[in-house]
Design a protein around this ligand. Structure first.
Ligand code: PLP
Length: 471
């Protein structure tokens, strides 16, 4: 039935999918057509149930179809699917996000704008940064994925990496030239770019911890040094927490990465590589007057969220200081809008998910991630497969290489040919992994002993299949 469903889909939908990684191109075989999901399990059109380690690519933090989230969605749907007007729930979610980020010890989010996808959030953040600074250039890191807007596809991770594409056709050279791509975790390359073109750079956009080329965490102090450098040149920093936000901690990576704060707190040791910061603010001329950029503070300027914030429904957001966010229409000149922005049904899912995502949920997700990643690593070691476990909080993946990759070039040098065999053996044993070695594995708070036991039981044979794979 999966074969028939895929054949039928391919007649009406390009490649049979609505997002490229789903097509199984990098692992081969037929994608499973899913019909239902509950807790840690997902079931395909043939009635086969899998332990799910994709978790809808991140949103299913609580597990699939959590009864309280479903109830909230049903109640909201019964009141109306979409109003195209303001609702109290929008403010409620904005306040919830602000509280959680504030409670993490970093408080740069004063206002949020809700959109429907992570792509819209990052696209709007870029426009806002350009509008605020009056500058054109954007810096991104190779292997970081920020959705599919034209300017952000250069050397992007996720599906662009899976399909081994350098970028995308259809992006004009003029647009591509506005994005400078720098190797991740490479401070000197970043310094060189700023030394050459710093006065024209509107913003650096980066994943808080990269997880779209497999997981590659920032080197200690790297995020802090990016913020420091950008602010010295009057450029903004957009931290993309679409994937990490409300997943790796109750706030996100920035809530977890308080190490950076030690670099500026008086009397504390600087984090390795983050030099002492000069206190004070300076103003940067921009098209709308002037914005102040906090030079002495380890604070990014804009954050983007998606995935968990919508609890599985289409909802994402960008947020930051009021001074910046108020540059958006209708208070400011930077235009952004959406028929479905702040959709009431999506808001119900997001609000209920965040309400339920308490510290116990994060403890369970962290514990499940630790068990699954350690068991997988042990099975691979037992089978003699060279690998490294890549971790960023409870996000993890495996690189088939001796040394842990720290950038995109190293990620691409791994023995990726081992993954399809591993993936299919797990799938045949009832475990659904991401269909690409360049994606993170996602556990949820619903991954209980039984679900984890099924994963652990499937690992030895899959590891042996990876060991036997040939290039
Ligand atoms: N930013 C990051 C870090 C992501 O991981 C993704 C999606 O995976 C996006 C942006 C784009 O989000 P969406 O797929 O909702 O457009």
């Amino acid at each position: 039935m999966n074969d028939a469903a895929f054949a039928r889909a391919q007649r009406s939908i390009p490649g049979g999918v609505n997002s490229p990684v789903r097509a199984f191109r990098s692992v081969g075989g037929t994608p499973r057509f899913m019909v239902s999901a509950t807790g840690p399990y997902i079931t395909d059109s043939e009635g086969v149930q899998y332990v799910d380690l994709v978790s809808a690519w991140g949103p299913a933090l609580l597990g699939h179809a959590h009864p309280q989230v479903v109830e909230a969605v049903q109640a909201a749907a019964a009141r109306g699917l979409s109003f195209g007007a303001s609702t109290p729930a929008e403010t409620e979610l904005a306040e919830l996000v602000k509280e959680r980020v504030q409670a993490s010890g970093v408080a740069p989010i004063e206002k949020l704008r809700m959109v429907s996808t992570g792509t819209e959030a990052t696209m709007t953040a870029i426009r806002l940064a350009r509008g605020a600074t009056g500058r054109s250039l954007i810096v991104k890191f190779a292997g970081h994925y920020h959705g599919h807007s034209d300017g952000l596809l250069a050397e992007a991770g996720s599906g662009v990496a899976t399909l081994a594409l350098p970028g995308s056709a259809g992006v004009t050279p003029e647009t591509a030239a506005q994005t400078i791509v720098v190797p991740y975790n490479d401070r000197s390359a970043l310094r060189e770019v700023f030394a050459e073109r710093g006065q024209d750079i509107a913003a650096i956009i980066m994943e808080a911890a990269s997880a779209n080329m497999g997981v590659v965490p920032p080197a200690p102090g790297f995020n802090a040094s990016v913020v420091k450098l950008a602010h010295e040149y009057g450029a903004l920093v957009i931290i993309d927490e679409v994937l990490t936000g409300f997943r790796v901690s109750s706030a996100g990576w920035w809530g977890l990465d308080n190490r950076g704060l030690a670099a500026v707190a008086p009397g504390t040791e600087p984090v390795p590589g983050a030099e002492a910061w000069e206190a004070g603010n300076h103003a940067v001329a921009n098209s709308t007057g002037a914005i102040s950029i906090p030079v002495g503070v380890y604070q990014p300027d804009l954050f983007t969220f998606g995935k968990v914030i919508g609890g599985g429904m289409p909802l994402a957001a960008l947020g930051g200081r009021a001074e910046l966010m108020d540059l958006l229409a209708p208070t400011g000149p930077v235009y952004q809008a959406g028929t479905l922005s702040g959709n009431p049904v999506a808001l119900a899912a997001g609000i209920e998910t965040l309400r339920l995502a308490d510290q116990d949920v994060y403890r369970r997700v962290d514990a499940a991630a630790a068990i699954v990643s350690e068991a997988t690593s042990s099975a691979l070691t037992e089978a003699g497969v060279a690998h490294t476990v890549q971790r960023a909080g409870n996000l993890f993946s495996f690189a088939f290489s001796e040394a842990a990759p720290t950038d995109y070039a190293a990620v691409l040098r791994q023995d990726a040919f081992r993954y399809p065999a591993f993936f299919h053996r797990m799938l045949d044993a009832g475990v659904s992994l991401p269909p690409s070695v360049y994606e993170a594995w996602f556990v949820s708070a619903a991954h209980d002993d039984e679900a984890i036991g099924r994963i652990v039981d499937a690992l030895p044979a899959a590891a042996r299949a990876a060991a036997a794979a040939i290039r």
